[in-house]
Design a protein around this ligand. Structure first.
Ligand SMILES: Nc1ncnc2c1ncn2[C@@H]1O[C@H](COP(=O)(O)OP(=O)(O)OP(=O)(O)O)[C@@H](O)[C@H]1O
Length: 620
């Protein structure tokens, strides 16, 4: 220990912590109860960690007694202590863990929180953890001793800008043999949490499923255990109520909403393991963090091993819960986590189960499934691209907005195929409204063909994989050739305008000539009935929507599109008859219109408007 280490020191909070504390104190959050849940959950994590570390070093458990959590209310002075004999923290850990927030995305979250009206809802998704205690306490003193260490340290803070760290007094150090004691000096308006029945109520509501005993130590009377301290996932389904599950979900996932799906089973056979998984009903704030980390905890015979075992593919990263194996060794190393064939087997089986459960939820309880899809459909669709093996199953789960309505499945789509229709058509774009008015839909609309309207950014990616559903290929209406020739038009639209008597080849040659290398080709369109022109991608490369996205992110230049023209349209017909200058103006206008309809800007907006004015004036 250096001399600076032994002296008391003041340290500032990380800016994000100071900001968060400020928000907590000015009470964006009215549900103060959760502070106790957060402290108990941290205590339970510390006990889990100790149990895990002591597999390799049993001596860590030597002093300090059986794992448990104690809650000690005292009225003179008003303090509430939450004490665990878990792993504890050394000096640096106290500074790092209780002075900073390590979570990625914290900054953007805080900005959102400050701006949002409904701060409470948001803060629940974030989990403010330890700092929640500042809602009820105006001073917090934490004394901690890391298991096996000769030193104990005391961290203290009254909120505000920073905290102090110092060696624990002899008296405090003697009391904290192993683990952490958190003493809250309660605010006046939070004195109710010093009442034993109030503590029991909160523990019963939020923390009953903590695996370790939680003991209430009242000022008068004997200490008593106030939770059931069993691993809920090990109990049989028949003895559990929906309320039990809802509470377990909140505790395991640190969530505030209700689960939209619960999956609880035990696999027996070559490997035995218990599974308790939940799908939340609301979106957490970090769903789109680049790390795309999962939230399923791995236990081995009731001992917590890691949060980090990638037990589900990342497109199911919204699923929360526990998998508890009977057969894995307790001392799983990082390498073993990555390469263990048994874990790979469990991962595969559980992934299949989750998808199967989502599928049957979609049939049995479309409303609950709808909540999951609305919150996580974007993420599930990543799987269509990533998980080749389960592609068709994930396509079957997906819900689409189409020209026929909302929440359509591909199964419904295929059941409603038109006579001679052999493909599933889709169009990718920025918004449903814009897609609905896209000319590329015209010919499909005239035939009553349903088209999927895809507007999520991820849609441009998964659709670039070769896909089919029930033997029907998925096909973009803005790419390659479409052939609706065999599909009859519906009655009302049978009388399309007659084709004008112009030479097709001549018209196309004239437009090609005028556009030069601005496009890769000019073709007669099968897609259009009313509009004059549209742009499509060649048959082999990426779809136009994906190209546009990649180009916006400077990841590759967009390749030249094909201009399709409607030979029935009077402007197109006029090209062949016009003089060279007018033909050039008209042809460029056909290209520029098509760009605008795709949500792009014409290459040279000034030239475009000059051209338009020229032609309009001529007609006047
Ligand atoms: N009782 C404790 N024993 C040991 N370490 C603790 C204890 N309480 C907190 N910590 C440490 O402090 C860190 C920060 O705790 P905090 O509650 O703020 O966030 P968290 O638990 O990591 O996240 P969240 O609350 O969102 O799950 C914890 O990750 C843990 O390392």
């Amino acid at each position: 220990m250096t001399t600076t280490d032994t002296a008391a020191q003041s340290q500032p909070f990380q800016a994000e912590v100071a900001e968060l504390l400020n928000l907590m104190v000015h009470s964006v959050y009215s549900e103060t109860d959760i502070f106790l849940r957060e402290l108990i959950s941290n205590a339970s994590d510390a006990l889990d960690k100790l149990r895990y570390e002591s597999i390799a070093k049993p001596e860590l458990m030597a002093d300090g007694g059986e794992p448990k959590i104690r809650i000690v209310p005292k009225k003179e002075p008003d303090t509430l202590s939450v004490i665990d004999n878990g792993l504890g923290m050394d000096r640096q850990e106290l500074i790092d863990n209780l002075g900073t927030i390590a979570k990625s995305g914290t900054k953007s979250f805080l900005t959102k929180l400050t701006e949002a009206k409904d701060g409470a809802g948001l803060i629940g998704q974030f989990g403010v953890g330890f700092y929640a205690a500042f809602m009820v306490a105006d001073r917090i003193v934490v004394t901690s001793r890391r298991a096996g260490s000769a030193e104990a340290w005391t961290w203290s803070s009254s909120g505000g800008a920073g905290f102090e760290i110092a060696p624990a007094s002899e008296e405090d150090a003697a009391r904290v043999v192993r683990g952490t004691e958190i003493v809250l000096h309660m605010k006046k308006d939070a004195a109710k949490y010093l009442e034993p029945y109030e503590i029991e109520r909160v523990v019963g509501a939020y923390s009953d499923n903590i695996q370790f005993p939680i003991e209430l130590v009242p000022e008068d009377g004997e200490p008593r255990q106030i939770n059931s301290a069993s691993a809920l996932w090990q109990r049989s389904k028949s003895e559990l109520t929906p309320e039990d599950y809802a509470q377990a979900y909140k505790q395991i996932a640190g969530a505030f909403d209700e689960p939209a799906m619960t999956l609880h089973y035990r696999a027996e056979g070559r490997y035995s393991y218990a599974v308790l998984l939940f799908a939340p009903s609301t979106k957490p704030f970090d769903l789109f963090e680049p790390a795309r980390k999962g939230h399923v905890k791995l236990y081995v015979r009731r001992v917590f091993i890691t949060n980090d075992a990638d037990l589900l593919p990342s497109y199911l990263r919204f699923i929360r819960g526990v998998i508890d194996s009977e057969d894995l060794p307790l001392n799983l190393s990082r390498e073993m986590l990555q390469n263990n064939p048994q874990l790979a087997q469990i991962r595969k089986a559980v992934t299949g189960k989750v998808i199967g459960e989502l599928e049957s939820l979609g049939d049995k309880d479309p409303e609950a499934f709808g909540r999951i899809w609305d919150a996580f459909g974007l993420v599930i669709k990543e799987g269509i691209w990533e998980d080749y093996e389960r592609r068709e199953k994930l396509l079957a789960l997906s819900r689409f907005t189409t020209t026929k309505g909302e929440n359509r499945t591909l199964k419904q789509y295929v059941e409603d195929l038109k006579e001679n229709q052999t493909e599933i058509y889709y169009l990718v774009g920025d918004s449903i409204e814009r897609l609905k008015s896209n000319p590329k839909l015209e010919s499909a609309a005239a035939r009553g063909i349903e088209v999927l309207l895809l507007t999520d950014p991820v849609d441009a990616f998964w659709t670039s994989a070769p896909l089919d559903f029930q033997g029907k290929p998925l096909k973009s209406l803005s790419q390659g050739d479409v052939d609706f020739g065999m599909i009859p038009t519906t009655e009302e639209t049978k009388d399309e305008p007659e084709k004008p008597e112009t030479d097709e080849a001549l018209t196309i040659a004239a437009i090609k000539d005028a556009l030069g290398d601005k496009v890769s080709d000019v073709r007669a369109s099968q897609r259009l009935t009313a509009s004059a022109s549209c742009l499509v991608a060649g048959g082999l490369g990426p779809d136009r929507a994906l190209e546009r996205m990649l180009a916006q992110q400077n990841r590759g230049a967009a390749s030249k599109p094909i201009l399709e023209v409607n030979l029935r349209h009077p402007i197109v017909a006029a090209v062949a008859k016009a003089n060279a200058a007018d033909a050039a103006d008209l042809s460029l206008l056909l290209l520029e219109q098509a760009q605008i309809l795709d949500g792009e800007l014409p290459e040279d907006p000034a030239a475009f408007s000059a051209r338009l004015n020229r032609l309009v004036l001529r007609a006047l």
